[in-house]
Write a protein that binds this ligand. Structure first.
Ligand code: NDP
Length: 283
């Protein structure tokens, strides 16, 4: 039997719509949420991501401003712009689109964003708060993944969640969120032995590797919930996930598509974090 499709595009639209009362309440207090996006270089994928984020902001009544820099920009120039944005009362959220060029220390740049405007949730203080179970901003992709799982009604407490990928922006924070939901969590990576065997034990399997099609039907327990975070471009420019969708949908209980799964939810959670940052700035 084919898996139930979890529609991230529809859920993202619902999340954005659900923010309208909060945006209206802020307007009544004379505040409009504002997001500043920093884009360095001319990587096409980064450009598309930032464009989607700016568009989602506009649709939700969030003001956005784009700060573009050439790939050769100095780290100092980026730090100075971030310092100015940290001081700007009209800016409530600051997003630095990754990846940054190799000569720029990404850790230092991300760490320069005020933790109160860190709507991506990458600042060490916010990651630390997440670790302690009292997050201010949850990183957008893991937050979106959790919303997709909960929206589908997939139980987490006592279930085994297996995450393939251990980055600081997806795998690790997602593991913390799933732990908070009482799942038993296994994190896998490129050095994991017996990956397929572990994956097959998962009630919830999340793939976040950037290796197109690496999760096949033989890695999925019948009835499992499969969330595909991966996004890679084929030579024809088509977006592909980490999961072999056609094969896995025959085995899984639930599955997210690429595109139209985690991607739109990441954007929606960024808008939600920006609205929250605005509320916190008035508290
Ligand atoms: P990273 O490259 O930082 O991390 C990839 C992870 O996958 C690493 O932990 C790596 O292991 C692991 N990995 C790679 N190959 C294998 C393998 N063959 N078997 C097991 N594990 C493997 O990527 P990100 O976390 O930043 O992103 C992952 C994917 O998610 C990318 O495709 C990215 O484009 C996508 N993404 C999508 C978003 C969205 O909104 N839809 C948002 C963010 C990311 P090791 O640590 O050992 O190297």
């Amino acid at each position: 039997m084919a898996a139930q499709l979890i529609d991230g595009k529809a859920l993202a639209a619902a999340v954005r719509a659900s923010l309208a009362p909060a945006v209206a309440a802020l307007a009544a207090r004379g505040a409009q949420p504002g997001l500043a996006a920093i884009l360095v270089g001319d990587d096409l994928a980064s450009r598309v991501y930032v464009r989607n984020k700016v568009r989602a902001c506009e649709e939700t009544g969030v003001r956005s401003e784009l700060h573009e820099f050439a790939a050769q920009v100095t780290e100092q120039a980026l730090l100075e712009r971030i310092a100015a944005l940290n001081r700007d009362p009209r800016v409530h959220g600051i997003l630095v689109q990754l990846p940054l060029p190799g000569h720029v220390d990404a850790e230092r740049v991300l760490g320069a964003v005020s933790e109160t405007k860190d709507v991506d949730g990458f600042h060490a203080a916010n990651l630390g708060a997440l670790l302690r179970g009292a997050p201010r901003f949850v990183p957008c992709t893991p937050a979106g993944v959790l919303r997709l799982i909960e929206h589908a009604g997939v139980p987490l407490a006592g279930r085994h969640a297996v995450i393939i990928g251990r980055s600081s922006i997806v795998g690790k924070p997602l593991a913390l969120l799933l732990l908070q939901k009482d799942a038993t969590v296994t994190i896998c990576h490129s050095r994991t032995a017996h990956l397929a065997e572990l994956a097959r034990q998962a009630d919830v399997l999340v793939a976040a590797t950037g290796r197109p099609g690496m999760v096949g039907a033989e890695m999925v327990k019948p009835g499992a919930c499969v969330i595909d975070v991966g996004t890679s471009r084929t030579v024809e420019g088509k977006l592909r996930g980490d999961v072999d969708f056609a094969a896995v949908q025959e085995v899984a209980g639930w599955i997210t598509p690429v595109p139209g799964g985690v991607g739109p939810m990441t954007v929606a959670m960024l808008v939600a974090n920006t609205v929250r940052a605005t509320e916190l700035s008035l508290a």
